[in-house]
Design a protein around this ligand. Structure first.
Ligand code: SF4
Ligand code: SF4
Length: 175
């Protein structure tokens, strides 16, 4: 009996050790790895995040002149590789930890981007935002000489191989 009373006294002395969540709202600590997202204003549709996502839950789908970057984060492991690789700080992990839902649709993010056509065959192949970023970085404002962008910037992978004889995209096979 005495050990039991001692235990009760220790517990009473300690007071409350749990948080009142969810009765009171809680915020996550800084740099917490919560729900991932993609900023539609910043994304250029480069696809780097899709390449590095271990559970392959980020998809890049081209449909006509639109590229959709979509993320189904129901299987997210919160590894933050998408955040690390993203060149525009568009993919990032938020501090939101409340993912419980009855609909899987709530766990998705999608961004639609306009594609630019190949100047040779007309096939849409690169997002306009990505082309603009590549062009701006090829000849940055601090360079005294303004460089013209090479023709292959505007060619789809197939036409690039045909015209220049080299495949930047290694998935394109030489005949
Ligand atoms: S945090 Fe990891 S698992 Fe989640 S979307 Fe980003 S890369 Fe994929
Ligand atoms: S979120 Fe970032 S890495 Fe992913 S497609 Fe957009 S710009 Fe590229």
């Amino acid at each position: 009996m005495i050990p039991l009373l001692k235990e009760v006294l220790i517990c009473l002395k300690a007071g409350r050790v749990t948080l009142p969540y969810p009765l009171k709202p809680m915020s996550a600590p800084p740099r917490f790895r919560g729900r991932p997202t993609i900023d539609g204003d910043k994304c250029i549709g480069c696809g780097a995040c899709a390449e590095v996502c271990p559970p392959r839950l980020i998809r890049i789908d081209d449909n006509g002149s639109t590229r959709r970057v979509s993320m189904d984060y129901s299987r997210c492991t919160y590894c933050a590789r998408c955040q690390e690789i993203c060149p525009t700080e568009s993919a990032r992990l938020t501090e939101d930890f409340e993912d419980a839902t009855t609909s899987r649709k709530d766990l998705t993010v999608a961004v639609d981007l306009e594609l630019a056509p190949c100047t040779d065959c007309g096939t849409p192949f690169i997002t306009k935002r990505m082309l603009a970023k590549m062009t701006a970085e090829f000849s940055p404002p601090w360079m005294k000489v303004k460089l013209e962008t090479p023709e292959w910037f505007h060619l789809c992978p197939a036409c690039r191989v045909e015209k220049t004889g080299s495949a930047i995209d290694r998935s394109v096979k030489h005949d």
